[in-house]
Design a protein around this ligand. Structure first.
Ligand code: ADP
Length: 609
C-alpha cells in the first residue's frame, strides 16, 4: 500500500516536472518529440538496409556482375547512405534543440526558486534545514525536470527500436528476445540500486557542501576580504575548503567507482550473452541455414541491441530516481509562508490616525532559550517620533521586526489604529513603512536607480529622486560622481564607483525618503555618522517623519533626546518612559546612562578625538 502511495507521489512529481518543461519551452518540446520518433525508427531502418545491401551484393556477385543486380545493390547502398545522413543531421540538430530547451527550462526553474525564496518568511533563513533544502533545490535538483524528459524520451526512442529489434529476432527464434533481456538484467540492477544509494549520499551531504561554499565565500567575497588579509586567514580558509572538498570528493568518487565497476561487470555479462547468440547464428550460416545478410543483421542487432536495452533500462532507472531529486525541488517550492494575510484583508490605511500599539506582547525567537520581549506594551502616537533606547540585546530590533511582521507575537498583539497587523495583507502593510536599517543594502545599481528602489512598485520618477536625494543630504556627493545620478555604484562591475559608509547610509536615507510611507522606522540610522553631523542628521530625519509616525532606535542619547517621547527598554521590557528632560530629572537608568555618555563625550572633546 505504501509502495503504491509512493509510486503515485512519483507520478505526481513527473507530471509536475513535465508541466514545467512544457510551459518553459513548448515549441522546442514539440520538435524534440518529433526528432525522438525519427531517432527511434532510424536504427531499425539501418539494420534492415544492412541485410538488403549485403544480400544484394552477394546476389550481384553470384550473378557475375549482372547490371540489374548491380543496379539494385547501388540503389540500396544509396538508400543506406541517405539514411545515415538523416541520422547524422537529426543527431546534431537534436543536440542544438536540447541545448536551447535546457537553457529555457533552467531559467524558468531559477525564476521559480527565486520567487519562492523572496516570498518565504524571514524565519526560514535562521534554520539550517531551510538552507540545506535550498541548496538541494538549487543544486542538482534544478536540472532534473529536463533530465526526466530526456530519460523518458530516450526510453520511448530506445523502446521503439528495441521492440522492432525484438520482432526481427523473434522471426529467427522465439527465445532470442529473451536472451537480449536476460543479458541486460544486471544493468537494471546497477541503474536502480546504485543510483538510489548515490542519491541518498547526495541528500545527506548537502550540509557538507554548504560548508564548502561558505569557506569559498570567505575567500572570494568582498565582505570578508579586509579581515581575511588583516588576520591572514587565506591559508586557514583554503585548508578548511580543501578539507571539506576532499571529504565530499572521496565519498562521491567511491560511489562512482562502485557504479563504474558494477557497470563493467554488467556490460561483460551482456557481451557474453550477445556473443552466444551471434555464435549460434554463425553456426547456422556455416551450415547453410541462414544467409550472410542474416548474420549481418544479427551482428548489428546484438552489438546495438544489448547497449540499447541497457540504456533503456538505465533511462528507466534514471526516470525512477529522478523523482528522488525532484522531490527536493518540489519540497522547496511547496513551502508555504506562515506570515500571510487573511482571505479578506482589512483595508489598508493611508496614514496612522491614532497610534501603533504593542499590547502585552510575548515573543521568543524560534529555538531561543529566553524571550526577546515579555509582556511588552508600547504606544507609538501618530504624527510624532518615538525613540527606543537600550543596551545591545535589549529587544529594540525585535520591536521593529514585529512591526514589519517578519514575525508574529507568541502572545498579545500589535495593532495600528486598533486593527491587528495580522488582518492586513503583509505586502500592503510593508508598503506603508519606510525603514532605514543600520546596515542598509549596498545595491550595485546606478545612484538614481538605487534611490528609486525605495518604491519599486511605482514608475521611477526623476524629480522625486532628486527631491529625496536633496532631503537626505546625498545630492552633493552624487553630483560629484563621474556620471552623477547615472553613476554605477559598487566595485563589482566595470566603471562602478565606491562610496564611504556614511555616503551609503545617506543614499539609503534618500531611498527611505523616496518611499513616502506613513510609518518611518529608523534603526540606528546614524551608526556611520560622526557626532558633528548628528544635528544635521536629526534635522533630516525630522523632515522625513513630518506628518508621519516615526520609530527611532538608537543607543545615542544625543539623537534620542530629540524625539517626542523616549522609552528605555531592557531585557524585553519597557523600563521607563518620558521626554528627555523628564527622564533626566527622574534620575533613573536613562539619567545615569546620559550622564555617563556626556562624561565620555566630554573626555573625548578634551583629548581632541
Ligand atoms: P537589540 O536590537 O536591542 O540589540 P534584539 O532585538 O536584536 O536586541 O535582540 C533581543 C534578544 O533576542 C537578544 O537576546 C538576542 O540575542 C535575541 N535575538 C535577536 N535576534 C535573534 C534571532 N534571529 N534568533 C534568536 N535570537 C535572537
Amino acid at each position: 500500500m505504501q509502495g503504491l502511495f509512493s509510486q503515485m507521489k512519483f507520478l505526481g512529481h513527473w507530471r509536475r516536472a513535465l508541466a514545467i518543461v512544457w510551459s518553459s519551452a513548448p515549441g522546442f518540446t514539440i520538435v524534440w518529440a518529433i526528432f525522438l520518433l525519427v531517432q527511434g525508427a532510424l536504427p531499425v531502418a539501418i539494420v534492415y538496409l544492412t541485410k538488403v545491401v549485403i544480400d544484394s551484393i552477394v546476389a550481384a556477385n553470384a550473378q557475375g556482375g549482372n547490371w540489374d543486380a548491380v543496379g539494385d545493390a547501388v540503389l540500396y547502398l544509396a538508400l543506406m547512405g541517405g539514411t545515415l545522413l538523416v541520422a547524422e543531421v537529426v543527431k546534431h540538430l537534436g543536440g542544438w534543440i536540447r541545448a536551447a530547451q535546457a537553457e529555457s527550462i533552467a531559467d524558468s526553474i531559477s525564476d521559480m526558486v527565486h520567487q519562492q525564496a523572496s516570498r518565504l518568511d524571514i524565519v526560514n533563513y535562521e534554520t539550517p534545514e531551510y538552507h540545506d533544502l535550498m541548496e538541494r533545490a538549487r543544486g542538482e535538483s534544478s536540472g532534473k525536470p529536463l533530465e526526466l524528459l530526456e530519460s523518458l524520451g530516450s526510453s520511448v526512442r530506445d523502446g521503439i527500436t528495441v521492440l522492432a529489434f525484438a520482432a526481427i529476432l523473434f522471426s529467427y527464434a522465439w527465445w532470442l528476445p529473451a536472451v537480449v533481456i536476460l543479458g541486460a538484467v544486471p544493468s537494471l540492477f546497477v541503474a536502480f540500486r546504485l543510483d538510489r544509494a548515490y542519491h541518498r549520499w547526495w541528500k545527506s551531504s548537502s550540509n557538507k557542501r554548504r560548508w564548502a561554499s561558505y569557506f569559498d565565500a570567505m575567500l572570494v567575497h568582498s565582505d570578508a576580504a579586509a579581515e581575511v588579509r588583516v588576520f591572514d586567514l587565506g591559508r586557514h580558509f583554503r585548508n578548511l575548503y580543501q578539507g571539506a572538498r576532499r571529504k565530499i570528493r572521496e565519498e562521491k568518487l567511491s560511489h562512482l567507482r562502485r557504479q563504474g565497476l558494477s557497470r563493467i561487470a554488467a556490460g561483460a555479462f551482456a557481451l557474453v550473452t550477445a556473443g552466444g547468440a551471434v555464435a549460434w547464428m554463425a553456426y547456422r550460416v556455416l551450415y547453410g541455414f541462414a544467409s550472410l545478410g542474416d548474420l549481418g543483421v544479427f551482428y548489428q542487432i546484438f552489438s546495438r541491441g544489448q547497449s540499447l536495452v541497457s540504456s533503456l533500462l538505465g533511462s528507466a532507472g534514471t526516470v525512477a530516481n529522478n523523482s528522488l531529486y525532484l522531490e527536493n525541488l518540489f519540497d522547496f517550492l511547496d513551502l508555504e509562508p506562515k506570515i500571510v494575510g487573511p482571505e479578506k484583508p482589512a483595508p489598508i490605511f493611508s496614514r496612522v490616525s491614532r497610534s501603533i500599539r504593542f499590547r502585552s506582547v510575548d515573543f521568543s525567537y524560534p529555538g531561543a532559550t529566553r524571550p526577546a520581549l515579555t509582556d511588552f506594551d508600547l504606544e507609538l502616537p501618530a504624527n510624532s517620533v518615538t525613540a527606543l533606547v537600550g543596551v545591545n540585546g535589549a529587544g529594540k530590533s525585535t520591536v521593529v521586526k514585529l512591526l514589519l511582521r517578519f514575525y508574529d507575537p507568541d502572545q498579545g498583539s500589535v495593532s495600528i489604529d486598533g486593527t491587528d497587523l495580522r488582518n492586513f495583507d503583509p505586502v500592503e502593510l510593508r508598503r506603508r513603512m519606510s525603514v532605514l536599517f543600520q546596515f542598509p543594502m549596498q545595491y550595485h545599481a546606478r545612484a538614481g536607480e538605487s534611490i528609486a528602489l525605495g518604491a519599486a512598485d511605482i514608475e521611477s520618477d526623476d524629480e522625486r529622486v532628486l527631491d529625496s536625494s536633496v532631503n537626505a543630504g546625498a545630492h552633493e556627493f552624487i553630483s560629484g560622481l563621474p556620471d552623477g545620478y547615472e553613476t554605477l555604484l559598487g566595485k563589482w562591475f566595470v566603471d562602478g564607483a565606491e562610496l564611504s559608509g556614511g555616503e551609503w547610509q545617506r543614499l539609503a536615507l534618500a531611498r527611505a525618503f523616496y518611499r513616502r510611507a506613513p510609518i518611518v522606522i529608523l534603526d540606528e540610522p546614524t551608526s556611520f555618522m560622526d557626532s558633528w553631523s548628528e544635528a544635521d542628521w536629526f534635522q533630516r530625519l525630522r523632515r522625513m517623519t513630518e506628518g508621519r509616525t516615526g520609530l527611532l532606535i538608537t543607543h545615542r542619547f544625543s539623537i534620542a533626546k530629540r524625539a517626542d517621547i523616549i522609552h528605555v527598554i531592557d531585557r524585553g521590557r519597557i523600563l521607563e518612559s518620558g521626554s528627555h528632560s523628564e527622564l533626566v530629572r527622574s534620575g533613573g537608568a536613562y539619567s545615569a546612562s546620559w550622564d555617563e555618555q556626556m562624561r565620555l563625550e566630554g573626555e573625548r572633546a578634551n583629548y581632541g578625538t
